[in-house]
Design a protein around this ligand. Structure first.
Ligand SMILES: [Zn+2]
Length: 174
């Protein structure tokens, strides 16, 4: 007998596996693939061979912008997300996977210095904050690049990170 839910469950399992491969935490897989906590934990164990990490998700992107270089990298991630998903109405797992894979292809997860790597969890929080209006992209009048404005961030981060990093030589040719 045909099980009408079988296709849906297979799709959810594929999605959960793709998320686990990219390091998504249990609660993100639960939310995006519609699995139970135990199912999500099992997918992580089977896919990565590692124990799922627990702990709460960051409440806002504000906690992730530790310094201007990270701010610049997360601005690049936000640009890719919004370019691929101009009107994100709901958190779409496939949109997040597309964004993540392109970001990693172009930028890698680790910076050249000793910055903490960007994680899939951060993309999830960033996309959520962009969707609910806690953050937005703003175009810098000076250098022309779009940067991530986070409405809950301290005033030291309410400025274009590229200009604050002193990248002017890259913007003006002799
Ligand atoms: Zn600028």
């Amino acid at each position: 007998m045909n099980d009408p839910d079988l296709g849906y469950r297979r799709e959810a399992a594929r999605l959960a596996e793709a998320l686990a491969q990219r390091g998504a935490k249990t609660s993100i897989i639960e939310q995006l693939a519609g699995l139970s906590k135990e199912q999500a934990r099992r997918v992580i164990r089977v896919t990565t061979g590692q124990e799922p990490r627990s702990g709460p998700l960051p409440v806002s992107i504000a906690t992730l912008l530790a310094n201007r270089r990270r701010h610049a990298r997360l601005s690049a991630l936000a640009r890719i997300f919004l370019a691929l998903n101009p009107t994100p109405s709901a958190l779409d797992a496939r949109a997040l996977l597309r964004t993540w894979d392109l970001f990693v292809y172009l930028h890698g997860t680790a910076a050249a210095d000793d910055l903490k790597p960007i994680t899939f969890t951060e993309l999830f929080i960033l996309a959520r904050d962009l969707r609910i209006g806690n953050a937005e992209l703003r175009r810098c009048q000076k250098c022309g690049l779009s940067w991530l404005l986070c409405h809950q961030c301290g005033t030291h981060l309410v400025a274009c990170p590229y200009c604050k990093l002193g990248l002017e030589p890259f913007f003006s040719h002799p």
